[in-house]
Each structure stands twice: as structure tokens, then as C-alpha cells.
Design a protein. Sequence first.
Length: 321
Amino acid sequence: MSILIYAESAEGKLKKVALELASYAKKVAESLGTTVTAVTVNAGNVSELSKYGVDKVLKVNNDKLNSFTAKAYADVIKQAAQKEAAKLVLLSSTTDSIYLAPLVAVALEAGFTSNVVGLPVSTSPFQVKRTAFSNKAFNITEINTDVKVLALAKNTYGIFESTDAINRVSTEEDFNPTIGDADFGVKVASVEKSSGKVSIADADIVVSGGRGLKGPENWGMLEELAGVLGAATACSKPVSDLGWRPHGEHVGQTGKPVATNLYIAIGISGAIQHIAGINSSKVKVVINSDPEAPFFKVADYGVVGDAFEIVPQLTAKLKAF
Ligand code: FAD
């Protein structure tokens, strides 16, 4: 059972999720006695993948794919899977793969499951553990098709150099799959970039603000804290709906999912729809003036108090550290 991973990149650089996926695939490959091939799209230098266990990289370089288009990307992955006769196709559970992975599965007539956590529970029958009900429960899913497509939940497995990394050099091959005009039926017209310096998808730390910050003019203190921590900035839904922050920063059930190492929520009440999108984060810190705010129920650390007093003090302490 050979394994193909789709190693995501942004602006010509591999994303952290790609390295996590490679680490995961390597471990699965060891248990199945097979190798790992990665397919990349306009990813620039991909040699780093070998450190994490990738044996071969199919590099697609095509300007038409500069903007993410689910159908075209699905076609690329399908053709790579067919070329490698891959029986297991792995993607990361990212915003893009929500659209992409089901299309890949349909194209390969494969069974599919997303939000996979941990290594397969069993390889025969093939069973994996996944999160369900907005991360409130786990279930074991069995896939019985010949080809299987899985999307790995972010920041749940970790990034590990493979034990034979020193001697490993993955082969790289230019790969030119056929992409028809019909693949570009839906086209990205424009991209609104988050104003944060670090992208939410790749951040180890996210500093997030809610309506408790009162207005867009008060985001300076949050950005300063994020800057000191090397964190991405995010916000609750009403904040982006009100136009205080760009929509790209909205996190939660209907926004971006966040599975980071540290999530700091400032002036956010902790509504169920917000928590659903962030509760895979490892450590959650809440700053809220209302001791009854629901967010405290899921917080690892909580500070009851006025954000306008606490945040500048916290930033000053961290700067002095
Ligand atoms: P509020 O609920 O207004 O909370 C503000 C908080 O700030 C309060 O807890 C208050 O005590 C605190 N505060 C006030 N002043 C201060 C101060 N000086 N210092 C410290 N704390 C202070 N929401 C999302 O975030 N993401 C989603 O994806 C999402 N999807 C939704 C989907 C649906 C279908 C629906 C119906 C709702 C969705 N919502 C989502 C909205 C959600 O229900 C809440 O309304 C929203 O999360 C509340 O945002 P908030 O906490 O910023 O604002």
C-alpha cells in the first residue's frame, strides 16, 4: 500500500502542516512496509521534506495554480495518486482541504474521512480515530475501499525528523499533470490577506480579540502582545462582521479552525460557536472582565479583569523577560 501526501505550501514555502503530514505518513509507511511520495504545487525548495521521511517528491510548477482552485488541485492529486498507484492519500485538515479532499476522494472512488487524530487504530480492517461533533467526541471510522483518503487534524501528531534522516535524500521529479479549463470553473477573484504578520494556519500562538475590545482603534495593544510572542492575531465573528478586523481573522465554527499550542482569548465571551473552532488548541488562556463568562469553563488559565489594564502589563512583562 503506497502512500501519497499532498504537502501544502504558501507563497513558495512549505507549510508546517506539510512537515507534520510527512512525519505522520512516514510512521504509517513504516508499519505498512512502504514508502512516501509527496506532491507539491509551486512549493519552491522542497528538499526539507526528506528530513521528515518523504522518499520522492512530485513537483508541480504551473502559474495557473498560483491561486487555490479546489477542482484543479484535486485533479493534480488524483493524477499523482494514479501515477504512484497510491492506496493511501493523505492531506492536512486545513481550510483548503475542506473543499479539496472530498473531490480527491470522489475522483479516486475512495472512502474518505477528515479530522483524523493519531496513527491508524488498525490497518486490516483499516480504522482511524477522528474527532466528531465539533471536537467534543471521538469516533473510530472504518474505510473499506481499495484507495483511502484521509485528512489529518492539524497540530495533533507533531513534527518529527525521521530516524534515517541523515542519509535520506528524496528524489525530485517535475510532474506535469493535465489540467483542463473546466477545472477552473470557480476562480479566486481576489484575496484579502490577514493584517497579522504570522498566518493563523501556521502559528504556534494565536492572540484573539472579541467585542470586549470595544472598537478597532484598540487593536494596537493586541497586535503589540502578538508581536512580542511571535503570534498570529485572530478575532471573534462579530468583530469581523463589524469590520473591525478582516474576515480572514475570524475564527470559530464558521471561521477558521485553530489548533495551536497557545490560544489567548481577550474580551471574548466563549460562545459555543467560537469554542467549536478553537478547542483543539493545547493551552487556552482567557482574559475577561466577567467571571461568569462561559470561556472560563474551557480555559486552562483565566484572568478575570479589564483587558485594557491587563494586556499592556502582560506585554511589558514579556518584553522585560
Ligand atoms: P460578546 O459576546 O459581546 O462578548 C464580549 C466579551 O468581552 C464578554 O464576555 C465581556 O464580558 C468581555 N468584556 C467586555 N469588556 C471587557 C474588558 N474591558 N476586558 C475584558 N473583557 C471584556 N462566533 C465566533 O466567534 N466564531 C464563529 O465561527 C461563530 N459562528 C457562529 C455561527 C452561528 C450559526 C451563530 C448563530 C453564531 C456564531 N458566532 C460565532 C457568534 C457567537 O454566537 C457569539 O455571538 C460571538 O462569538 C460573540 O463574540 P464576542 O465574544 O466577541 O462578543
